[in-house]
Design a protein around this ligand. Structure first.
Ligand code: FES
Length: 280
């Protein structure tokens, strides 16, 4: 056996204390209900978002989703360039960041390892014995989960632009296009949908385990210097967010899906955005 083989063998998954065998458990509750529900919601949202952001434009047009000054969060920031091939969706140029951020998220890993890979299917529930043959996150492809902290840094880029879209959504330009003519404040349902979505996405990012560690980790003494006291205060605030990370994860996934559907429906002319335009 090679050295690498020996190391990987040593890193393989331990047996654990749950009953052995797929689905074997002493639990009496309906433990399977949550993974099934989560699998349905996650698959519907992730499947729709991928299709809408990456494939819909090239297959059916238009290239991106924008209506009445509202830009779908899947296409923000909107990246267009000259001679852009029609098969390339501008969503793809930015979506790799939020997809990478969510795919490597500690919470989502727990969730989708459960409902997609039964690894394990639930707490104290036995998993397929075949799992013992794999090196889990110690080898490709799952070792890439360690990129999460870097995806966190990148995730603040689209988040910044989403906040700009929110401010833009509460204004209306009476010229031919965006930022042309005079801007008027407006209060529209689309603006509130973008606002709610961006607030929840911000909460999701601020509740990230990596961010909490970045701010408060690697310190032995929180009270020794003024800078460390500030970090401690920030760490406490982030801990408040972090306690509900699962809630932020699901609600923001649902609102980003809904926000895209809403703007797409406006773009298709299915209805008009209820709004109040304020002219001075
Ligand atoms: Fe979930 Fe970082 S742990 S976003």
């Amino acid at each position: 056996m090679t050295v690498q083989g020996a190391v990987l063998r040593a890193l393989r998954k331990p047996r654990g204390t749950a009953k052995q065998g797929f689905g074997e458990t002493n639990r009496k509750d309906r433990w399977i209900a949550y993974p099934i529900l989560q699998a349905v919601v996650f698959s519907l949202c992730a499947g729709y978002l991928t299709f809408s952001g990456v494939f819909w434009g090239p297959l059916f047009g238009p290239q991106f989703v924008e209506a009445d000054g509202y830009l779908s969060p899947l296409f923000s920031p909107l990246i267009l360039f000259q001679d852009m091939p029609t098969w390339l969706s501008p969503g793809l140029l930015i979506l790799w960041i939020p997809i990478g951020f969510r795919a490597t998220c500690y919470y989502y890993r727990k969730a989708y390892y459960r409902f997609y890979f039964a690894d394990p299917p639930g707490c104290a529930v036995g998993e397929p014995t075949v799992h013992r043959r794999f090196a889990l996150e110690n080898a490709l492809p799952f070792i890439l989960q360690n990129l999460h902290r870097y995806m966190l840094y990148l995730a603040f880029i689209p988040l910044f632009f989403l906040w700009l879209d929110v401010f833009q959504g509460f204004g209306h330009w009476d010229g031919e296009g965006l930022f042309q003519g005079t801007a008027h404040p407006r209060i529209g349902l689309g603006g509130f949908i973008l606002l709610l979505n961006t607030v929840l996405l911000t909460g999701y990012s601020l509740s990230c385990h990596s961010l909490r560690h970045l701010v408060g980790g690697r310190i032995d003494c929180f009270s020794c210097t003024a800078a460390r006291r500030i970090r401690h205060t920030l760490w406490e605030r982030l801990t408040d967010f972090n306690r509900n990370h699962m809630w932020w994860a699901w609600t923001s996934l649902i609102t980003v899906t809904f926000a895209d559907i809403y703007v797409r429906a406006l773009q298709a002319g299915l209805f008009t955005d209820p709004q109040l335009l304020i002219r001075f």
